[in-house]
Design a protein around this ligand. Structure first.
Ligand code: ATP
Length: 276
């Protein structure tokens, strides 16, 4: 199976995401600063797409629009063909800061989203138990979250996100706060969980290797204003493994191409700042 082939049973898990001619500005003082300009992107159901680009190019803004937290001033964002006008139960977020509630135990943190949606207690418990097993934290179900390592906390956050069976997962540098070892482990763990469920994923990261290793496609954005300058299909087989970073020629080629483009883009941003 190639990287972008999706089996029909899997395809039902995710929703497609479409950005059509999206423009957005934020007001800074008396000045409107254009963040996104004619931003167009079509993400297939169950696709895993990473967005990379220089700091401030609008990656998080694009993610927030998908989640209904920011509305574009021009153009539209659609989920499964429906225009996004507010937050949705189909969409879940995962951030670098895990935002676990310290007064709740591990299980209770995993159940949180289900509780907010009014899922009955017995079903909440069953689904949380299943996910705690999947992230291998079943033995810690009644532990205090303050006693967990950073990696374990992030696994709780992953379980809390995926237990809700989202059709779209929006991830903003979810592994950035972890040390290199734990990060590599979590990437593999997350990809294994994703391959079983196949929600659509939009993944924002500054780490090109992470983007290549996880994604079906990597979108590279330029800054001021944010727009897409490259859309690269990742030709690595699944399942993906950390070894691909060193053993795969395809991985190396993608990395060279993307890092070259990103370097040029960062230099262009630096030069334009120098002009101001
Ligand atoms: N709520 C807001 N109000 C005003 N300006 C904002 C707001 N959110 C973002 N911006 C500005 O919009 C621009 C794009 O921000 P955004 O966070 O989307 O970029 P990013 O590519 O995710 O950046 P980073 O990689 O540094 O996280 C930045 O200049 C930021 O200061």
């Amino acid at each position: 199976m190639t990287a972008t082939t999706v089996r029909s049973d899997e395809a039902t898990r995710g929703l497609g995401v479409t950005f059509e001619h999206v423009e957005h500005s934020f007001i800074h003082g008396k000045r409107a600063v254009k963040v996104l300009d004619d931003f167009n992107l079509d993400i297939a159901p169950s696709e895993f797409v990473s967005i990379v680009g220089p700091s401030g190019c609008g990656k998080t803004t694009a993610l927030s629009m998908t989640g209904g937290l920011v509305r574009p001033r021009v153009g539209s964002v659609r989920l499964g063909g429906q225009e996004v006008t507010s937050t949705s139960e189909d969409v879940a977020f995962l951030f670098a800061r895990d935002a676990l509630l310290p007064w709740r135990r591990v299980r209770s943190n995993v159940e949180l989203g289900l509780e907010v949606r009014g899922v009955p207690k017995s079903e909440r418990r069953e689904r949380a138990t299943e996910w705690l097993k999947r992230v291998r934290l079943h033995d810690f179900a009644e532990s205090d979250v303050l006693h967990l390592s950073q990696g374990m906390r992030q696994r709780v956050a992953i379980a809390r996100t995926l237990v809700q069976s989202p059709k779209v997962v929006l991830m903003d540098e979810p592994f950035a706060a972890l040390d290199a070892q734990t990060r590599a482990f979590q990437q593999e763990e997350f990809i294994r969980l994703w391959e079983a469920e196949r929600p659509t994923v939009i993944f924002v990261t500054h780490d090109l290797e992470e983007a290549i290793l996880l994604s079906d496609r990597v979108i590279l954005m330029a800054a001021r204003p944010g727009r897409i300058i490259a859309d690269i299909k990742i030709g690595l087989e699944r399942p993906r493994t950390q070894e691909m970073r060193t053993s795969s020629e395809t991985f190396r080629q993608h990395f060279e191409e993307l890092s070259d483009l990103l370097r040029k883009e960062v230099l262009a941003v630096d030069a334009s700042q120098g002009d101001r």
